[in-house]
Design a protein around this ligand. Structure first.
Ligand code: GLY
Length: 340
């Protein structure tokens, strides 16, 4: 039985003909049948072994299981899935259902974007990271040996189900990874996320992301604010010597971005403290792993694929969070010293 309407929240991503709803709440995976796109005949369920949640699309459905972990996000896996779907007779009038975390929604969304030149898909997001970020907004794709998410497409889902019941069984570090993204939303608008319970907070994050995506679907400008905290995070992840999950690296990156903004006179000490408070409130790190060298991080800042002209940082200010081009190296170094 679907949960009572009072327990689930529905957020719309207002993209005119590509508009869709995101359902947030315990047990909303059971709504899958009611959000199947009109006219869909069969459903290809794409999931990972470790996900452990089954779904009922109400259609004739086949399950395609992909490798566990980030390895599943490869062009080889896209080809394998497309060939398996082809052999099973899936056509453009069918639908893909992604069931899992960000790896599955990125991969299955990309398969949906390219299979038969594009078919519809629905995501059932079962991790916090997918619920507050990866599954919302239509960024799909896979990795190359040269880097993450280097091949992909903007392809919006027909609906997203963020089933908060699935979070109870999530490994702690996986939960922390999502909390890093959740921490980011505390600074993107004036909303007081601290005052909200978990499900309401997830719905608030989805609402903030939905508004940003509706204003700038293809990241021509404003959508870059969703990368708040990510420039340092990507550098830490690229160095790769530390066992930090994505959200843990984002948490350090948020505090770093605040220290940079402080040194540029954009925010005051109290606002930097607010960043540290939010990050620590989630039990996330706010300091760099000790042995990371300034020089290797600075070299990577310039290579971040979100950098448009020299070192671009998304930074806070009285006007809100915005991309800032050309942050001086001296400021970047001083701010690194402040998070050691
Ligand atoms: N994860 C950032 C975005 O969706 O734009």
């Amino acid at each position: 039985m679907p949960p009572p309407a009072s327990q689930a929240r529905v957020v719309s991503v207002a993209l005119t003909e590509r508009a869709y709803d995101v359902h947030v709440g315990p047990g909303v995976r059971d709504r899958l049948g009611s959000v199947m796109p009109a006219g869909a005949r069969r459903a290809a369920i794409i999931t990972q072994e470790g996900v452990g949640w089954t779904v009922d699309s109400g259609l004739d459905q086949s399950v395609f299981t992909v490798a566990d972990g980030e390895e599943a996000k490869s062009l080889a896996e896209v080809e394998r899935l497309c060939r398996a779907m082809s052999r099973a007779g899936f056509t453009r009038s069918d639908v893909i259902v992604a069931v899992g975390g960000g790896v599955v929604t990125d991969l299955a969304g990309f398969v949906a974007a390219v299979y038969h030149r594009g078919i519809r898909y629905v995501s059932v997001a079962t991790t916090l990271l997918a619920q507050v970020d990866a599954a919302i907004g239509g960024k799909t794709g896979v990795n190359l040996s040269e880097g993450k998410n280097l091949v992909g497409a903007f392809w919006q889902p027909a609906a997203v189900l963020c089933d908060t019941e699935t979070l109870a069984t999530l490994p702690v570090r996986e939960l922390r990874s999502g909390q890093g993204e959740l921490a980011k939303y505390h600074f993107l608008t004036g909303d007081d996320l601290d005052a909200l319970g978990t499900d309401e907070r997830i719905a608030a994050a989805v609402r903030i992301k939905a508004e940003v995506v509706a204003a700038d679907e293809r990241e021509g400008g404003r959508r870059a604010v969703l990368n708040y905290g990510h420039t340092l995070a990507h550098a830490i992840e690229t160095v790769g010597r530390y066992d930090l999950r994505h959200g843990e690296a984002v948490a350090v990156g948020l505090v770093y971005a605040a220290e940079v903004a402080l040194r540029l006179g954009r925010i005051d000490e109290a606002r930097v403290d607010a960043h540290r408070r939010v990050v620590s409130g989630y039990g996330l790190p706010d300091r760099l792993p000790a042995a990371l060298e300034d020089d290797e991080l600075l070299a990577l800042f310039g290579r971040d694929k979100k950098a448009v002209d020299g070192v671009t940082f998304v930074l806070d200010s009285d006007r809100g969070v915005e991309p800032v081009v050309g942050v001086p190296e001296e400021i970047l170094r001083e701010a690194l010293a402040a998070i050691r």
